[in-house]
Design a protein. Structure first.
Length: 227
């Protein structure tokens, strides 16, 4: 993924948050130089990867498959019972954009439509580790939406409108789509502590490539503090 695409789409996400009245904390606007100046006081933020993340999931087509994410708060997965025991994110999505199919081994998450259009969540159960964690294409998926039980056919979906949410527990495969006709979308995530490096299982597998540095860094990525 090109740095120019990352820079462009973080700027879009900041603008979308302003237009849709989803306020970001001050460190969302820090430059890489400010991160460096504040190195001594931001050890915790860097340790738990708070801040911006952008990926096209190696699709080379960000507007079709990708997302801008911002982690507002997080804890330490290796010490989950101390400090923050939860995580909160914003996920900014363009009309028609997809976030590909995956599950989490550890994390339970509420996915909340904070503002904008409609979030479509596709769901499958996972088969066992012995079966390679393949998607179960037959069994119904049982989950909760704002505390009410919901049953979805394998590969079926739930449309989550503004203010509403869906709860996803470990080993439930899910894929997100911002319904194209309903416009851009800001999704909230409230969950157990988050570790994107170890707690995401994609199906099909996603090989995250290095960034192509075609222009200077404008926004520090939470996975890129040592870049």
């Amino acid at each position: 993924m090109k740095r120019s695409v990352i820079n462009k789409n973080i700027a879009w996400a900041i603008d979308a948050c302003k237009r849709l009245n989803c306020a970001l904390p001050g460190f969302a606007y820090w430059t890489p130089e400010q991160w460096k100046e504040k190195e001594a006081s931001t050890e915790y933020l860097r340790k738990v990867a708070m801040g911006w993340d952008v990926t096209d999931y190696n699709s080379n087509d960000f507007d079709k498959i990708g997302a801008v994410l911002f982690t507002l708060r997080n804890g330490d997965l290796h010490d989950p019972d101390t400090g923050m025991v939860y995580c909160e994110k914003y996920i900014m999505m363009k009309p028609g954009q997809m976030l590909p199919c995956h599950f989490h081994y550890f994390k339970t998450e509420d996915i909340i439509n904070r503002a904008g259009g409609t979030l479509r969540v596709f769901c499958w159960n996972s088969k066992s580790e012995a079966e390679g964690y393949e998607k179960d294409l037959e069994s119904d998926v049982h989950l909760f939406c704002d505390g009410e039980p919901v049953t979805v056919k394998a590969g079926g979906y739930v449309d989550v409108t503004v203010g509403n949410s869906i709860t996803l527990t470990p080993y439930i495969y899910h894929a997100f789509e911002a319904v194209k006709e309903d416009g851009e979308l800001i999704v909230g995530e409230v969950s157990r502590v988050n570790d994107d490096a170890n707690d995401n299982h994609f199906n099909p597998y996603v090989d995250f490539q290095k960034i192509e540095e075609d222009e200077p860094v404008k926004y520090q990525l939470c996975g890129g503090y040592k870049q």
